[in-house]
Design a protein around this ligand. Structure first.
Ligand code: THU
Length: 249
């Protein structure tokens, strides 16, 4: 694994800004994060947020944020762009992280890259994952399992002091899948044990449509019933790339 491999996983069709980083968890695992943009720009996920939330969603504790110092591209060597300094300060402060640059993502022998080890996308696993939700403000757990060409990725909802910077379970799963190189997303399973009828929020619908417009969502209602809906049907009259008339990178 090289930094440049991570760069190729960024989803930045609107800005072309390739932001990526790693979070080293206390387990020694390196959790990748890449910028994941949305046609509705404010719904974009930053690389640092993606990497930290990936680490937390796996039950690991973030220890340090690693960015590349320089990266070799085909035509020249350049310094990579990274999140804005303010954004980095926020995350480092929120989680007490050290922020380092490194010429290569692996520096120690005890370090491993995050690899999804989810075996099944079913209610049993969705239920187990509720233990990983970080919900100090809502006490409302939500879990997700995303089935992709690169395996099954889990997501849990994660809340931080600044509510706007938390993420829903569905979006944590999408961010992890992108950073792991998944390119096609078939189905997403969602579970929220405290509600009688699970229904994803509008922001998640917008993000799901962008990554899996042909995919399917399974909503597992209170351990009893499941609804199956196409992602496209979840968001009629959606805001699409065509609406923006923006040059795509
Ligand atoms: N939440 C999700 O994880 N997914 C949704 O689709 C709806 C809302 C979470 C976010 C927050 O942690 C809590 O539920 C209350 O909004």
């Amino acid at each position: 694994m090289k930094w440049i491999d991570l760069e190729t996983r960024c989803y930045a069709p609107y800005s072309g800004l390739k932001d990526f980083c790693m979070v080293k968890g206390s387990s020694g695992v390196l959790h990748p994060g890449v910028r994941v943009e949305n046609i509705s720009f404010p719904l974009s996920i930053g690389a640092a947020q993606a990497a930290i939330f990936s680490c937390l969603s796996e039950g690991d504790t973030p220890g340090a944020l690693l960015f590349p110092d320089k990266i070799e591209t085909k035509d020249h060597t350049r310094k990579t762009s990274s999140c804005s300094e303010k954004e980095l300060l926020y995350w480092c402060d929120e989680f007490g992280l050290k922020c380092n640059t490194s010429s290569h993502p692996v520096s120690g022998t005890d370090e491993r890259f995050f690899q999804t080890n989810e075996q099944n996308a079913d209610i049993v696993r969705l239920r187990e994952l509720t233990d990983r939700c970080i919900i100090p403000y809502s006490a409302f757990p939500v879990t997700a399992l995303l089935v992709t060409d690169a395996g099954i990725f889990s997501g849990v909802n994660i809340e931080v002091d600044d509510w706007q910077k938390g993420l829903c379970a569905e979006r944590v799963a999408i961010a992890k899948a992108r950073a792991s190189g998944a390119a096609s997303f078939q189905e997403i399973h969602v579970y929220a044990p405290q509600s009688d009828y699970v229904s994803p929020c509008g922001a998640c619908r917008q993000v799901l449509v962008e990554h899996m417009g042909d995919g399917v969502m399974y909503m597992h209602h209170n351990d009893v019933e499941t609804s199956r809906l196409t992602v496209a049907d979840l968001l009629p009259y959606q805001f699409k790339a065509g609406s923006l008339g923006h040059k795509q990178h």
